[in-house]
Structures are given as structure tokens and as C-alpha cells.
Design a protein around this ligand. Structure first.
Ligand SMILES: Cc1cc2nc3c(=O)[nH]c(=O)nc-3n(C[C@H](O)[C@H](O)[C@H](O)COP(=O)(O)O)c2cc1C
Length: 411
């Protein structure tokens, strides 16, 4: 079992808060400090392992020694809360961002993703060796910068999944065809990382890619059993692929809650390995159900901790107040990342702000807020919390157009 203060983990979520150099910024440190306090571990956003393998122009890198200082600052800040830090290493393969100049696109196939993207080059043996070496160098850098655990991305339609998936891998050599061949390169990467560092390793997979002929649960149970034999500490069970089924990858509200939990449960039962449950875990009841009914070893949470950074603190009764619920809409978070502005949240205005808007202001001022709709009331409250004098003016009723919302139910 991983040595964590509790079994809650922040899931890997791209933030897009860096610049084109890929270094850690103060904004990363503030964000992860804020979400980490009540968690056993945090997985910061996936690191790029080479500048030519970026998913975002503003992604953090672990590709060279100029990143060391920033990464050390990040891990030491998170360690202040006695929270462990997990380095998530991923090669995007054909899913590298085609809009980033200089990116390269390698895969088990020479066919592009059906939903768009660059035409990839089929990887040669030499390139496979280079990729193994990239994983090893990145893992060593993670150990050097005081990460506690390594997570390898085997799922979500990225390079390693492009090898595992029978739908994508169309090689005719010993790395394509049957299951044993398709998992050969992924296992070579794991073996190389394992012998290069002295850190526990966890593996993220898609329990099912939710596409015909794609990765399916029975093969993932088989793979998990093999990973257990190789002393992998836990399997982090998500679903979908960034190529064909992004709503499953991002667990959009239209996707049924609990399907990924079923995958994790089956893997736990059949492969007898610890599993990390993830996907739309955003209420107290979800946590209770996963703990009591699913006997979850670990619970990873993404957006609910963005919507309310005290979500787990409140579930553990360490922080008072109601939970501000995540809508699982992906509008502010994914929308912000895709727009280039960086991660935000539709229901949490603090996310993505350079300053803590709830810090008390240095100079108290007098404010008049005109209009008592939801936005006006929130602005007035925030100003008050920051120590200002506030007058709120409303001609009619407080609540504004929100007062009309219940009427829609009467029709
Ligand atoms: C904006 C955004 C970016 C994400 N980026 C990644 C990623 O790069 N790699 C990854 O494995 N998962 C990524 N995820 C998926 C999350 O790790 C998680 O599995 C998903 O959000 C479901 O958990 P949740 O419902 O608790 O948010 C991302 C999710 C969101 C919303």
C-alpha cells in the first residue's frame, strides 16, 4: 500500500498555467497548495518529456535540468501539508498537439486519429529505444526533484494505449497483433523505469475505451494481473480515449456516473491489485458509497476539488460549510485550457486568478454595487470578505433573473 495520510488523490488535470518554456510558475504552486491540504497525494498536470511532445503550449515540462528548481519548489510546497506528490509521465504519440510548431507525432500506426490530429509516423525500433530513454530520464528527474511516486499513463488513447489498443495498433511485427505483443513495448517502458528509480509506480489505464474493437475490460484485467506481478502499487482506472471518446476521458456530465467505478471494482476483484477509483466523484454520498460499497483503496478527484478546493476537507468534517457542487460540465476547466487562458471553473471564480481574491485587501475602500442579481450579490460578498465597505443597490428583488428559475418547473 502507498504510504499516504489518507486515500484521497488529486487527479491529473492539465492546467495550462506555464509559458512556452514549460517551467513551474507561482500560479501552479498556489493552485496545488490550495487543493492539496486535505489530500493524501496530488498528481500535478502531466509533464511533457520532450519539447516536441507537448499537448499544450503552456504545459509544464520535466524534459531538462532547467526545470529542476521549479519542480523542487512545487514538491516542497505540497509536502508542507504532508501530502505526497505523484509525477505523471505521458508520451502523447499521435495525440501531440498539431498546432504547436516543432511537435512530432509517433505511433504504433501511421493513421491519424479519426477525430483529427496529425498523420503520425510509425515508430521504428530505434525510436522505441529513444522513448524508453525519455521515460527513464524523466523518472530520474522526478526522483531528483523529490516526487514520491511515479504514475505512467497507459490509457486515454496516448502512445502506450496506442500500442495496447487493438483498434489502433496495426503493426505486423512482434509489437502488434495479439495481446502479448501489444503490451510488450508498454512493459519494456515499465521495466526500464522500475530499474532506474527507487519509487513506487502506479499505472493509469482506460478500463474500457468505449469504442468497438478498442481496449476492453477483460484485457485490462489481464494486464493489471501482469502489472501486479511486476510490483506495480496500484492501477488508476479511468475510461475512454482522447481520440474517439473524449466525454468518457473527461467524464462529462452526459456520461453515466459510476461506470468507471465498476471497471475499477472488477480490476480490483479479479487482478487482486489495489485500484484508484475516479470519475464524477463529487458528493459526500459518492465518497460514502465508494468507501462502504466499493471498498475503494484510493479515490481520485479532479473537478470537484476545482469547484470547491475544500471538498475533501468538508467531507472529512475538517472544514465547515456546504460543498459547492461541481457540475461535471467541463466548461470552465477544459474550456479554459482549450482557449489558452488556462484552467478556470464555471462555479468557482477563484480558480485561475493570479491573486487570492479572498485575501484581505491592504486598503479598505467604499464600494457601491449596482444590481442585486447573483453576480452583484457575489461581488458584494467578496468585497466584504476582503474588508471593504459595501452598499448593494437593487431596484426590485434580490436574486434578479434567478427568481424566474423556479417558474420553468411549473410549466
Ligand atoms: C481540464 C481537464 C484536463 C484533463 N487532463 C488530463 C490529462 O492530461 N491526463 C489525464 O490522464 N487525465 C486528464 N483529465 C482527466 C482527469 O484526470 C479525470 O480522470 C477526469 O476529470 C474525471 O475525474 P473528475 O470527474 O473527478 O474530474 C483531465 C480532465 C479535465 C477536466
Amino acid at each position: 500500500m502507498l504510504q499516504l495520510k489518507n486515500n484521497f488523490i488529486f487527479a491529473p488535470i492539465k492546467l495550462g498555467y506555464s509559458d512556452k518554456t514549460g517551467v513551474v510558475k507561482q500560479k501552479h504552486i498556489d493552485f496545488y497548495k490550495r487543493v492539496s491540504e486535505y489530500l493524501g497525494a496530488v498528481i500535478p498536470e502531466p509533464f511533457y518529456m520532450d519539447k516536441a511532445l507537448r499537448e499544450l503550449p503552456t504545459q509544464m515540462g520535466i524534459d531538462s535540468d532547467d526545470k529542476i528548481l521549479g519542480l523542487q519548489k512545487l514538491t516542497s510546497k505540497i509536502h508542507e501539508s504532508n501530502t505526497k506528490v505523484i509525477a505523471h509521465l505521458n508520451h502523447p504519440g499521435r495525440m501531440a498537439n498539431p498546432k504547436i510548431p516543432g511537435n512530432i507525432f509517433l505511433s504504433s500506426t501511421d493513421k491519424p486519429c479519426e477525430n483529427g490530429g496529425a498523420i503520425p509516423e510509425r515508430i521504428t525500433r530505434q525510436e522505441m529505444q529513444n522513448i524508453i530513454s525519455l521515460f527513464v530520464k524523466s523518472a530520474i528527474r522526478a526522483q531528483k526533484t523529490n516526487f514520491d511516486i511515479i504514475e505512467l499513463q497507459f490509457g486515454h488513447g496516448y502512445l502506450i494505449a496506442q500500442f495496447i489498443s487493438p483498434k489502433v495498433n496495426d503493426r505486423t511485427d512482434e509489437y502488434g497483433g495479439n495481446f502479448e505483443n501489444r503490451i510488450k513495448f508498454p512493459l519494456q517502458i515499465l521495466d526500464a523505469v522500475k530499474s532506474a528509480v527507487d519509487l513506487p509506480i502506479i499505472i493509469r489505464i482506460s478500463g474500457d475505451e468505449i469504442i468497438p474493437d478498442g481496449i476492453k475490460l477483460p484485457e485490462m484485467i489481464k494486464l493489471s494481473g501482469i502489472l501486479k506481478e511486476k510490483s506495480v502499487e496500484a492501477i488508476h482506472v479511468s475510461a475512454g480515449t482522447v481520440c474517439n471518446t473524449p466525454p468518457w476521458f473527461f467524464q462529462h456530465m452526459f456520461v453515466p456516473k459510476g461506470k468507471t467505478w465498476e471497471f475499477a471494482k472488477k480490476i480490483k476483484e479479479h487482478a487482486k491489485i489495489h485500484t484508484i477509483f475516479v470519475g464524477q466523484i463529487n458528493t459526500r454520498e459518492d465518497i460514502e458509497e465508494l468507501t462502504n460499497k466499493f471498498n475503494a483503496d484510493y479515490i481520485a478527484i479532479g473537478r470537484a476539488l476545482i469547484a470547491d478546493t475544500d471538498f475533501i476537507g468538508k467531507c472529512l468534517n475538517k472544514v465547515a460549510g456546504n460543498i459547492r457542487p461541481c457540475l461535471a460540465c467541463a466548461e470552465g476547466c477544459l474550456g479554459g485550457v482549450k482557449s489558452g487562458q488556462g484552467l478556470q471553473c464555471l462555479v468557482n471564480p477563484q480558480i485561475g486568478k493570479e491573486i487570492d481574491i479572498f485575501n484581505v485587501a491592504e486598503n479598505s475602500k467604499n464600494y457601491a454595487v449596482v444590481g442585486g442579481g447573483l453576480a452583484g450579490m457575489e461581488a458584494a460578498l467578496t468585497l466584504k470578505k476582503r474588508g471593504h465597505n459595501v452598499d448593494l443597490y437593487e431596484k426590485n428583488e434580490l436574486g434578479g433573473q434567478f427568481n424566474l428559475a423556479p417558474l420553468t418547473h411549473k410549466r
